[in-house]
Write a protein that binds this ligand. Structure first.
Ligand SMILES: Cc1cc2nc3c(=O)[nH]c(=O)nc-3n(C[C@H](O)[C@H](O)[C@H](O)COP(=O)(O)OP(=O)(O)OC[C@H]3O[C@@H](n4cnc5c(N)ncnc54)[C@H](O)[C@@H]3O)c2cc1C
Length: 464
């Protein structure tokens, strides 16, 4: 069974990937046709004619799913003033935009945020086990400017939220910020060449510029399961975790009020994968409702070595970001500084393309790329599938946990060994037969905008 400490130390003090050896896991020949047929049938399960409409909007009887359970209620007078720029959203987009503007000499940056603090996704998502799956050395912005050393290769949510607050403090972004405030209306006034920003608290703020950092994932999605509205027991969304009910806390403290509870969790995406081990440990019984097994790789988390961190020279984070971007886009670098699952798969693909071109002398085209991509994906997914067998003892359960997807379709989650709770006596897996109830259809551009700004009206006044 892998543990957090089963990684090898990389030469830069970081963690190297510790993949199962290919000889042990990759069968000599992959039956690509069978695999493609399986991918197609799984895709069918995910596609539904009602697309995004299958989800229940958190309105009416479901509106409480949007309540901010982390913030104290605030009572303040509406604000009527003018600033150079309003930044809507206090997640990393808003914070990075705001801090760059501050560094460029713009003093009156106003962040307006629906939540009670900065952090965005990391303000809302405090469920047990929440963490990033991009290496913290590049995922956490402005590390050099704020002087923070990530504690681990993949940081847990409380550290990430704390870092968001550190950025806001460091760059004075709290001074003008408005929290627990939703922007509801943006109007461009041609005469004064200003935006008029209105909020659900009656504010009317004039601004030369407006920046949208409203994010993709802050709005809870509710599954449109018939009868969900009749469920009478306590129910909450993972992005509004109710620690008053469960006990414990986002720092990983045991959820001591669940010991006599039988729980169900719907879905096995990244969020569920992260919190299931904690729930399984705490609850009397946990039932996991799964449509499609998740693709789960070795996490290989471990502390960042302070001695190594101290050796990094000024400008290191930009260098790491560039290194990551180069490798991610199929380029070459002397070394892989970040060494995570993203750079791993990108390099597998790149090396295959290079080999093929080298061997055949064929000009590089979409066909070569597609083949390299598929072969790399098959190789990686074979490793991941083989891993299930090495962990889950019960054959039937193991069978039900083998991810039937392309890695690119559902990028593998790096998780602690806790998902193996499936074999714990208190853990149960339920997998539906036949068609599933999810969807994998991408939103159109308009749909995506609507999903991001469901309550925001955009208007233009005057010439444009
Ligand atoms: C658990 C989890 C793990 C993740 N891990 C990774 C990872 O490892 N790597 C990665 O690249 N990405 C990851 N992500 C994706 C994550 O969403 C982004 O990395 C990033 O945090 C998004 O930042 P953002 O500022 O663009 O949006 P958000 O963080 O979503 O912030 C947007 C903010 O805008 C506010 N807002 C929206 N509309 C309005 C309005 N009208 N008025 C006022 N405020 C408004 C929202 O309340 C929200 O707080 C993860 C996400 C989650 C939830």
């Amino acid at each position: 069974m892998p543990t957090d400490g089963d990684a090898d130390r990389g030469k830069n003090g970081e963690v190297t990937a510790n993949h199962p050896s290919p000889e042990n896991t990759v069968p000599a020949r992959i039956d690509r046709e069978a695999l493609q047929a399986k991918y197609r049938s799984e895709r069918e399960k995910r596609l539904r004619p009602d697309g995004n409409d299958q989800y229940i909007e958190p309105t009416g009887p479901f509106a409480h799913f949007l309540d901010d359970c982390y913030a104290e209620p605030i009572d303040r007078a509406p604000v009527f003033d003018e600033v150079t720029i309003v930044v809507i959203g206090g997640g990393f987009s808003g914070l990075v935009t705001g801090s760059n503007l501050k560094q460029a000499g713009v003093t009156d940056v106003r962040i307006i945020e629906g939540g009670g603090d900065v952090g965005g996704a990391w303000y809302w998502n405090r469920y047990p086990g929440a963490m990033c799956d991009t290496a913290a050395m590049i995922y956490l912005p402005l590390l050099e400017e704020t002087g923070h050393m990530p504690t681990r290769k993949y940081a847990f949510a409380p550290e990430i939220f704390g870092h968001a607050r550190r950025i806001a403090n460091h760059f004075g972004l709290y001074e003008k910020a408005l929290f627990s405030t939703e922007v509801t209306d943006l109007t461009w006034d041609e005469t004064s060449a200003r935006w008029i920003v209105q909020t659900d608290r009656g504010d009317q703020i004039r601004a030369r510029f407006v920046a949208l950092g409203t994010g993709p994932l802050h709005r809870p999605k509710l599954p449109g399961i018939p009868g969900i509205e009749t469920f009478a027991r306590h129910c909450f969304h993972t992005s509004r975790w109710d620690y008053d009910y469960t006990g414990g806390g986002p720092d990983g403290a045991r959820m001591d009020r669940l010991g006599d509870k039988r729980l169900g969790i719907i879905g096995t995406g990244a969020t569920a994968v992260q919190c299931i081990p904690h729930l399984a440990r705490a609850a009397q019984e946990l039932t996991v409702f799964q449509r499609t097994p998740s693709s789960i790789d070795v996490r290989n988390n471990r502390p960042i070595d302070p001695e190594f961190f101290a050796t990094l020279e000024k400008g290191w984070q930009q260098k790491w970001l560039m290194n990551f971007a180069v490798l991610q886009t199929g380029g070459f670098a002397d070394e892989d500084l970040v060494q995570d699952g993203w750079t791993d798969i990108a390099q597998r693909i790149r090396d295959r393309v290079v080999d093929e071109i080298g061997q055949t002398g064929a000009p590089f085209g979409p066909e070569e790329f597609r083949r390299a991509y598929e072969e790399s994906d098959d190789e990686k997914m074979t490793e991941i599938r083989a891993r299930v067998d090495t962990i889950v003892e019960d054959r039937d359960t193991a069978e039900g946990m083998v991810p039937p997807t392309l890695q690119a379709a559902v990028f593998s989650r790096r998780v602690p060994p806790g998902l193996q709770r499936a074999r714990r006596p208190s853990g149960r897996y339920r997998r539906p037969r036949g068609r599933g109830h999810g969807r994998d259809r991408r939103l159109g551009r308009r749909g995506a905008l609507r999903a991001r700004l469901p309550n925001l009206r955009l208007r233009f006044r005057g010439r444009h």
